[in-house]
Design a protein around this ligand. Structure first.
Ligand code: ZN
Length: 307
Protein backbone atom coordinates (compact mmCIF):
# COMPACT_ATOMS: atom_id res chain seq x y z
CA UNK A 1 0.00 0.00 0.00
CA UNK A 2 1.58 3.27 -1.09
CA UNK A 3 1.19 6.02 1.47
CA UNK A 4 -0.08 9.44 0.45
CA UNK A 5 3.05 10.99 1.94
CA UNK A 6 6.44 9.57 1.06
CA UNK A 7 9.91 10.76 1.96
CA UNK A 8 13.15 9.96 0.20
CA UNK A 9 16.75 11.04 0.14
CA UNK A 10 17.62 13.31 -2.75
CA UNK A 11 19.27 10.33 -4.45
CA UNK A 12 15.86 8.64 -4.58
CA UNK A 13 16.78 6.07 -1.94
CA UNK A 14 14.26 5.65 0.90
CA UNK A 15 14.86 7.79 4.00
CA UNK A 16 16.12 5.96 7.08
CA UNK A 17 13.41 4.41 9.22
CA UNK A 18 14.38 6.83 12.00
CA UNK A 19 13.64 9.85 9.76
CA UNK A 20 10.40 8.28 8.55
CA UNK A 21 9.31 7.76 12.17
CA UNK A 22 10.35 11.29 13.10
CA UNK A 23 8.42 12.72 10.14
CA UNK A 24 5.31 10.81 11.15
CA UNK A 25 5.33 11.21 14.91
CA UNK A 26 7.10 14.40 15.82
CA UNK A 27 5.41 17.74 15.72
CA UNK A 28 7.48 20.63 14.43
CA UNK A 29 8.95 22.76 17.15
CA UNK A 30 7.02 25.85 18.05
CA UNK A 31 10.22 27.84 17.86
CA UNK A 32 10.01 27.94 14.10
CA UNK A 33 7.58 30.86 14.31
CA UNK A 34 4.59 28.62 14.95
CA UNK A 35 1.96 29.26 17.57
CA UNK A 36 -1.74 28.89 18.18
CA UNK A 37 -3.89 31.93 18.78
CA UNK A 38 -7.01 31.63 20.98
CA UNK A 39 -9.12 32.33 17.84
CA UNK A 40 -7.54 29.43 16.02
CA UNK A 41 -7.89 27.11 19.02
CA UNK A 42 -11.54 28.07 19.27
CA UNK A 43 -12.18 27.53 15.55
CA UNK A 44 -10.43 24.12 15.53
CA UNK A 45 -12.48 22.98 18.53
CA UNK A 46 -15.67 23.68 16.60
CA UNK A 47 -14.65 21.79 13.45
CA UNK A 48 -15.89 18.21 13.27
CA UNK A 49 -12.66 16.61 12.01
CA UNK A 50 -14.15 13.10 11.97
CA UNK A 51 -16.77 14.31 9.49
CA UNK A 52 -14.18 16.18 7.43
CA UNK A 53 -12.05 13.00 7.22
CA UNK A 54 -15.12 10.99 6.15
CA UNK A 55 -15.81 13.41 3.31
CA UNK A 56 -12.22 13.20 2.03
CA UNK A 57 -12.24 9.41 2.36
CA UNK A 58 -15.47 9.09 0.36
CA UNK A 59 -14.10 11.34 -2.40
CA UNK A 60 -10.89 9.30 -2.55
CA UNK A 61 -12.82 6.05 -2.72
CA UNK A 62 -15.02 7.33 -5.56
CA UNK A 63 -11.87 8.15 -7.52
CA UNK A 64 -10.35 4.72 -6.93
CA UNK A 65 -7.92 5.69 -4.15
CA UNK A 66 -7.48 3.68 -0.96
CA UNK A 67 -8.86 6.09 1.70
CA UNK A 68 -6.50 4.67 4.34
CA UNK A 69 -3.50 6.17 2.56
CA UNK A 70 -4.66 9.80 2.88
CA UNK A 71 -2.46 12.17 4.84
CA UNK A 72 -5.22 13.96 6.76
CA UNK A 73 -3.93 16.49 9.25
CA UNK A 74 -5.49 16.79 12.68
CA UNK A 75 -5.53 19.96 14.83
CA UNK A 76 -2.10 18.99 16.26
CA UNK A 77 -0.57 19.93 12.94
CA UNK A 78 -2.45 23.19 12.40
CA UNK A 79 -0.81 26.42 13.56
CA UNK A 80 -0.55 30.16 13.21
CA UNK A 81 2.43 31.72 11.56
CA UNK A 82 3.58 35.32 11.69
CA UNK A 83 5.69 35.81 8.66
CA UNK A 84 4.55 35.61 5.10
CA UNK A 85 7.43 34.06 3.22
CA UNK A 86 8.34 34.74 -0.31
CA UNK A 87 7.32 32.10 -2.74
CA UNK A 88 3.86 31.72 -1.25
CA UNK A 89 1.13 31.41 -3.78
CA UNK A 90 1.03 34.24 -6.22
CA UNK A 91 -2.32 35.65 -7.09
CA UNK A 92 -2.95 35.19 -10.79
CA UNK A 93 -4.43 38.65 -10.84
CA UNK A 94 -3.63 41.32 -8.30
CA UNK A 95 -7.25 42.11 -7.65
CA UNK A 96 -8.28 38.48 -7.38
CA UNK A 97 -9.06 37.48 -3.80
CA UNK A 98 -7.71 33.99 -3.17
CA UNK A 99 -9.68 33.62 0.04
CA UNK A 100 -6.47 32.07 1.23
CA UNK A 101 -5.51 32.70 4.83
CA UNK A 102 -2.54 30.43 4.99
CA UNK A 103 -0.98 27.40 3.42
CA UNK A 104 0.17 23.80 3.60
CA UNK A 105 3.86 23.24 4.17
CA UNK A 106 4.77 19.91 2.62
CA UNK A 107 8.22 19.59 4.19
CA UNK A 108 7.03 19.93 7.80
CA UNK A 109 3.60 18.48 7.01
CA UNK A 110 1.65 21.27 8.67
CA UNK A 111 -1.20 23.61 7.82
CA UNK A 112 -0.84 27.21 8.93
CA UNK A 113 -2.94 30.34 9.07
CA UNK A 114 -1.14 33.67 8.84
CA UNK A 115 -1.97 35.54 11.98
CA UNK A 116 -2.20 38.92 10.24
CA UNK A 117 -4.50 37.63 7.51
CA UNK A 118 -6.71 36.01 10.12
CA UNK A 119 -6.92 39.22 12.15
CA UNK A 120 -7.71 41.24 9.04
CA UNK A 121 -10.43 38.78 8.18
CA UNK A 122 -11.78 38.87 11.74
CA UNK A 123 -12.03 42.65 11.80
CA UNK A 124 -13.08 43.66 8.34
CA UNK A 125 -15.40 40.81 7.54
CA UNK A 126 -13.50 40.12 4.34
CA UNK A 127 -15.79 40.40 1.30
CA UNK A 128 -18.76 40.32 3.63
CA UNK A 129 -18.09 36.65 4.38
CA UNK A 130 -18.40 35.40 7.96
CA UNK A 131 -14.86 34.87 9.35
CA UNK A 132 -15.61 31.27 10.34
CA UNK A 133 -16.64 30.36 6.82
CA UNK A 134 -13.51 31.85 5.35
CA UNK A 135 -11.43 29.85 7.84
CA UNK A 136 -13.37 26.68 7.05
CA UNK A 137 -12.90 27.23 3.34
CA UNK A 138 -9.16 27.75 3.84
CA UNK A 139 -9.00 24.60 5.98
CA UNK A 140 -10.75 22.55 3.25
CA UNK A 141 -8.34 23.94 0.65
CA UNK A 142 -5.21 23.21 2.72
CA UNK A 143 -6.39 19.73 3.77
CA UNK A 144 -6.86 19.03 0.06
CA UNK A 145 -3.19 19.93 -0.50
CA UNK A 146 -2.20 17.77 2.49
CA UNK A 147 -4.16 14.73 1.30
CA UNK A 148 -2.81 14.99 -2.26
CA UNK A 149 0.20 12.83 -3.01
CA UNK A 150 3.26 14.36 -1.38
CA UNK A 151 6.78 13.22 -2.12
CA UNK A 152 9.65 15.00 -0.36
CA UNK A 153 13.19 14.38 -1.50
CA UNK A 154 16.22 15.53 0.43
CA UNK A 155 14.33 17.58 3.00
CA UNK A 156 15.84 15.92 6.08
CA UNK A 157 19.44 16.27 5.10
CA UNK A 158 19.25 20.06 5.59
CA UNK A 159 20.48 19.85 2.07
CA UNK A 160 21.00 22.69 -0.33
CA UNK A 161 18.89 20.91 -2.87
CA UNK A 162 15.38 19.55 -2.31
CA UNK A 163 12.56 18.37 -4.53
CA UNK A 164 8.97 18.36 -3.41
CA UNK A 165 5.96 17.07 -5.24
CA UNK A 166 2.54 18.08 -3.97
CA UNK A 167 -0.31 16.66 -6.07
CA UNK A 168 0.40 17.84 -9.61
CA UNK A 169 2.83 20.53 -8.50
CA UNK A 170 6.54 19.83 -8.59
CA UNK A 171 9.05 22.16 -7.04
CA UNK A 172 12.78 22.21 -6.81
CA UNK A 173 14.78 24.33 -4.39
CA UNK A 174 18.50 25.01 -4.68
CA UNK A 175 20.85 27.14 -2.64
CA UNK A 176 23.49 28.38 -5.01
CA UNK A 177 26.33 30.84 -4.68
CA UNK A 178 24.14 33.30 -6.56
CA UNK A 179 21.31 32.92 -4.06
CA UNK A 180 18.27 30.74 -3.49
CA UNK A 181 16.41 29.36 -6.47
CA UNK A 182 12.92 27.97 -6.38
CA UNK A 183 11.25 26.57 -9.48
CA UNK A 184 7.67 25.41 -9.56
CA UNK A 185 5.86 23.49 -12.27
CA UNK A 186 2.10 22.99 -12.71
CA UNK A 187 1.43 25.34 -9.80
CA UNK A 188 -1.66 26.98 -11.32
CA UNK A 189 -3.18 23.73 -12.53
CA UNK A 190 -2.62 22.17 -9.10
CA UNK A 191 -4.20 25.17 -7.35
CA UNK A 192 -7.24 25.00 -9.66
CA UNK A 193 -7.77 21.28 -9.03
CA UNK A 194 -7.26 21.79 -5.28
CA UNK A 195 -9.73 24.65 -5.07
CA UNK A 196 -12.36 22.90 -7.21
CA UNK A 197 -12.21 19.87 -4.94
CA UNK A 198 -12.06 22.01 -1.77
CA UNK A 199 -15.36 23.66 -2.79
CA UNK A 200 -16.99 20.21 -3.01
CA UNK A 201 -15.64 19.29 0.43
CA UNK A 202 -16.80 22.61 1.90
CA UNK A 203 -20.26 22.15 0.36
CA UNK A 204 -20.66 18.62 1.75
CA UNK A 205 -19.39 19.66 5.17
CA UNK A 206 -21.72 22.62 5.53
CA UNK A 207 -24.74 20.66 4.28
CA UNK A 208 -24.05 17.93 6.85
CA UNK A 209 -23.53 20.20 9.86
CA UNK A 210 -25.02 23.21 11.54
CA UNK A 211 -21.61 24.87 11.41
CA UNK A 212 -22.91 28.05 9.84
CA UNK A 213 -25.99 30.17 9.61
CA UNK A 214 -27.97 29.76 6.33
CA UNK A 215 -27.70 33.44 5.39
CA UNK A 216 -23.95 33.45 5.91
CA UNK A 217 -23.71 30.35 3.77
CA UNK A 218 -25.64 31.79 0.88
CA UNK A 219 -23.46 34.93 0.96
CA UNK A 220 -20.42 32.68 0.92
CA UNK A 221 -21.70 30.71 -2.09
CA UNK A 222 -22.33 33.90 -4.03
CA UNK A 223 -18.76 35.00 -3.46
CA UNK A 224 -16.71 31.81 -3.52
CA UNK A 225 -16.39 31.83 -7.32
CA UNK A 226 -14.07 34.81 -6.96
CA UNK A 227 -11.51 32.70 -5.04
CA UNK A 228 -8.76 31.32 -7.21
CA UNK A 229 -11.17 32.03 -10.06
CA UNK A 230 -8.78 31.92 -13.01
CA UNK A 231 -7.22 28.66 -11.76
CA UNK A 232 -10.62 26.99 -11.52
CA UNK A 233 -11.70 28.39 -14.91
CA UNK A 234 -8.51 26.87 -16.37
CA UNK A 235 -9.31 23.44 -14.87
CA UNK A 236 -12.94 23.62 -16.06
CA UNK A 237 -11.85 24.51 -19.59
CA UNK A 238 -9.37 21.64 -19.51
CA UNK A 239 -12.06 19.18 -18.39
CA UNK A 240 -14.46 20.37 -21.11
CA UNK A 241 -11.74 20.02 -23.76
CA UNK A 242 -10.67 16.50 -22.76
CA UNK A 243 -14.31 15.43 -22.51
CA UNK A 244 -15.19 16.73 -25.98
CA UNK A 245 -12.08 15.14 -27.50
CA UNK A 246 -12.54 11.72 -25.91
CA UNK A 247 -16.31 11.39 -25.53
CA UNK A 248 -15.77 10.64 -21.82
CA UNK A 249 -18.21 12.54 -19.57
CA UNK A 250 -16.94 15.65 -17.80
CA UNK A 251 -17.69 13.97 -14.47
CA UNK A 252 -15.47 10.99 -15.33
CA UNK A 253 -12.68 13.28 -16.54
CA UNK A 254 -12.88 15.19 -13.25
CA UNK A 255 -12.68 11.92 -11.25
CA UNK A 256 -9.60 10.93 -13.25
CA UNK A 257 -8.01 14.31 -12.48
CA UNK A 258 -8.71 13.81 -8.76
CA UNK A 259 -7.17 10.34 -8.93
CA UNK A 260 -4.13 11.82 -10.67
CA UNK A 261 -3.69 14.36 -7.87
CA UNK A 262 -3.83 11.60 -5.24
CA UNK A 263 -1.41 9.43 -7.19
CA UNK A 264 0.99 12.26 -7.99
CA UNK A 265 0.67 11.84 -11.74
CA UNK A 266 3.34 13.62 -13.77
CA UNK A 267 1.61 15.47 -16.61
CA UNK A 268 4.92 15.76 -18.42
CA UNK A 269 5.21 11.99 -18.74
CA UNK A 270 5.61 11.12 -22.38
CA UNK A 271 2.31 9.30 -22.89
CA UNK A 272 0.18 12.03 -21.34
CA UNK A 273 2.22 14.80 -22.91
CA UNK A 274 1.65 13.26 -26.32
CA UNK A 275 -2.07 12.90 -25.62
CA UNK A 276 -2.28 16.64 -24.75
CA UNK A 277 -0.32 17.51 -27.89
CA UNK A 278 -2.95 15.67 -29.90
CA UNK A 279 -6.04 16.72 -27.97
CA UNK A 280 -5.18 20.36 -27.33
CA UNK A 281 -2.12 21.60 -29.17
CA UNK A 282 1.58 20.94 -29.49
CA UNK A 283 3.55 21.86 -26.39
CA UNK A 284 0.44 22.36 -24.24
CA UNK A 285 1.76 20.32 -21.26
CA UNK A 286 4.96 22.34 -21.21
CA UNK A 287 3.09 25.65 -21.30
CA UNK A 288 0.78 24.42 -18.54
CA UNK A 289 3.81 23.38 -16.47
CA UNK A 290 5.63 26.67 -16.84
CA UNK A 291 2.74 29.15 -16.57
CA UNK A 292 3.49 31.78 -13.97
CA UNK A 293 1.70 35.00 -14.81
CA UNK A 294 -1.90 36.13 -15.26
CA UNK A 295 -1.23 36.45 -18.99
CA UNK A 296 0.07 32.88 -19.18
CA UNK A 297 -3.04 31.53 -17.51
CA UNK A 298 -5.33 33.57 -19.75
CA UNK A 299 -3.66 32.40 -22.94
CA UNK A 300 -3.97 28.76 -21.78
CA UNK A 301 -7.69 29.31 -21.17
CA UNK A 302 -8.04 30.90 -24.61
CA UNK A 303 -6.15 28.02 -26.16
CA UNK A 304 -8.51 25.49 -24.57
CA UNK A 305 -11.57 27.43 -25.70
CA UNK A 306 -10.51 27.96 -29.29
CA UNK A 307 -8.51 24.97 -30.48
ZN1 ZN B 1 -3.39 26.21 -2.51
Amino acid sequence: MKEGREIFKLSGEPESSEEIRRDRDMLPSRSGGLEKSPELEDFLRRVDFALLYDIFKRIAEKSGINPETLNLLNPDRIFNKHIIEEGQIKKAKDNEPTGNLGGYEATRNIIFFYIKEMEKNQQTDFLGIHPDLLKLHALCHEETHATAKTICRGVFARSRHTKVQMGYQQSEFKKTILGDRLKRFFEFFNEGVTEKLAREVFQEYTVATAFADTNDLSTFREKVDAFYSSYVILVDAFIAKISSQTGISEDMVWKAIIRGMYEGENLMESELKQAFDEMVSRGFAKRLAEAETADDIQSLIDELHTT
